[in-house]
Design a protein. Structure first.
Length: 224
């Protein structure tokens, strides 16, 4: 799951960004409204954590612009403003959830998982935290994968890749789309990194359903 964190407070931003990485998310961090708009032009995100009190362009104006541009990515507003009016304005502008500072990182990540579950089609979600596909089960909250009820050890990037493919089963995912869900701006990426991850998943899970679409990317066969 790739997250955009928009927060200008250095200490809070650094702590939140570090915590997200530890939770297994791929997180990009920007510190002003203009940078937030540019980030969403260049990358696709699964969710956005947005501060309201931003320099250059307020969080509400950024959110309003996203929704005007047709960007429907789920947004959690993160702010020190705790009045009812501020909350209503944020939600009416297009936010999906609201957290008031100071906040607990565990709660933020739980809310991100909840938004992620809502975005998964009902026929792909067996329960609140479980994604099933044939004989494979992904526990999103516990970050575990099982095949034929046997737990398989899978690193976080391979987990994220498998989750992305299964959530979009039947759809071709480009190399760029998949890479963006795995790596942040500062990550150094080997030219064959994605192929290595795909190879590892196929070997560990006997995942013949992951198909290579030459010249485009990869897809998981639609479950019958």
């Amino acid at each position: 799951m790739r997250i955009l964190l928009v927060e200008d407070d250095e200490m809070l931003g650094h702590g939140t960004h570090t915590g997200m990485l530890q939770y297994g998310y791929q997180a990009d961090w920007v510190k002003d409204g203009h940078s937030a708009l540019e980030a969403t032009k260049e990358h696709e995100y699964d969710a956005i954590v947005l501060d309201l009190g931003l320099p250059k362009l307020s969080g509400l104006k950024v959110l309003r612009q996203w929704r005007s541009d047709g960007i429907v990515t789920p947004v959690i507003i993160l702010t020190a403003r705790d009045s009812i009016e501020d909350r209503v304005n944020g939600l009416d502008t297009g936010a999906d959830d609201y957290l008031v500072k100071p906040f607990d990182l565990d709660e933020l990540c739980a809310r991100l998982r909840a938004m992620q579950r809502r975005s998964i089609n009902d026929n792909k979600a067996a329960s609140a935290n479980l994604l099933t596909y044939k004989n494979i089960k992904l526990d999103i909250a516990a970050h575990t994968v099982s095949c034929d009820d046997e737990i398989i050890s899978i690193p976080r990037r391979e987990f994220a890749l498998l989750q992305k493919l299964l959530e979009n089963a039947g759809q071709v995912m480009s190399r760029e789309q998949l890479s963006q869900s795995l790596y942040g701006w500062d990550d150094e990426i080997d030219s064959n990194a994605l192929e290595v991850h795909i190879h590892n998943l196929r070997k560990k899970l006997n995942a013949t359903f992951i198909r290579t679409i030459r010249g485009v990317g990869y897809m998981a066969d639609k479950e019958k």
